[in-house]
Write a protein that binds this ligand. Sequence first.
Ligand SMILES: [Zn+2]
Ligand SMILES: [Zn+2]
Length: 385
Amino acid sequence: MSTKDFLEKDYYKALDVAKGASAEEIKKSYRKLARKYHPDANKGDAASEERFKEISEAYNVLSDSKRRKEYDEARSLFGAGGPRMPGSGGGQFGGFDLGDIFGSTAGSGGRLGDLFGGMFGGGGGRTTTQARPRRGADVETEASLTFSDAIDGSTVSLRLTDEGPCKVCRGTGAKAGTVPKVCPTCGGTGQSSRDLGSFAFSEPCTTCRGRGLVVDDPCATCSGSGRAMSARTIQARIPAGVADGQRIKLKGKGAPGERGGAPGDLYVKVHVSGHPVFGRNGHNLTVTVPVTFTEAALGAEIKVPAHRGVPVSLRIPPGTPNGRTFRVRGKGVRRSDATMGDLLVKVDVQVPTELTDTARTALEQFRDATTGTDPREELLRKGRA
Ligand SMILES: [Zn+2]
Ligand SMILES: [Zn+2]
């Protein structure tokens, strides 16, 4: 039994059941018909015998869910009786013998959908009205955001190019009003085999470049390839809080589907530029602020910058060491649950480099007031031990 049989024979009709019949219905009808046309019950009746064979063959296929699926698929792809191209009744495929093409693979369990794709090179044949919807491809692109746009979220324009069926020839590659014909070199298989002594191997047919079809009058738009690039610009909403290098999925913004199939997804890799003042650490912002030696020693209330907002007050306690980090709650980056990260403020204690006479005098007085306390005393003692 070949794929050719699949296309030529109506097994549902043979078993007198509807196309959507359940396994139970098929079994029941088969039993009834088999009893009726069984050779033992119809001795010498050639017509009954023929009918009995037909019923058995149909039941063999339809009772096996896997084979039934293949059968249904074959017939929905090609329709009963052979392939059809858009705008043609199938007649232009003169001399096109499905059996030749499928004969070698029909028993190997290869899926018809794949064969079909290979046969028509992913282009022309897929516009056959019987073919199934196909989901659009996922598309990858990149977007550059400023530091602030990454934090606040932003809408970016993305220019995308998709490869799809040529719109002018609807993917057939043939000039309007004409249809492709089966490649005379490979007979439509898209493969040619070469014999190298003890080896024989197949490679894509050079006449049709593996497509299985050739066109006499190529479509001017796609030069006969059936494929065309199209550009589109979309507005994409980048959510707030993305980080540099993050990949964002925008569902349904990829390449459009074919024949009613869903569109693919768009993946946007974001590049976030740096900021002269702030750094990012997850959803926290970081900033380093200089504080004077006296602010650190005596304590102070200082103003620190907030991203895109008025400066905020921060209380520095007396005796704050250099490098200590303070947390200002809620002044960081918005999370997806709408809560806010924090601003992490690191103090950088400044040592005065130029002193006025008054400042020098004051510092000398400070030195004199603190003599007797050597900050290295413990270190020196432990070093001796
Ligand atoms: Zn060829
Ligand atoms: Zn075209």
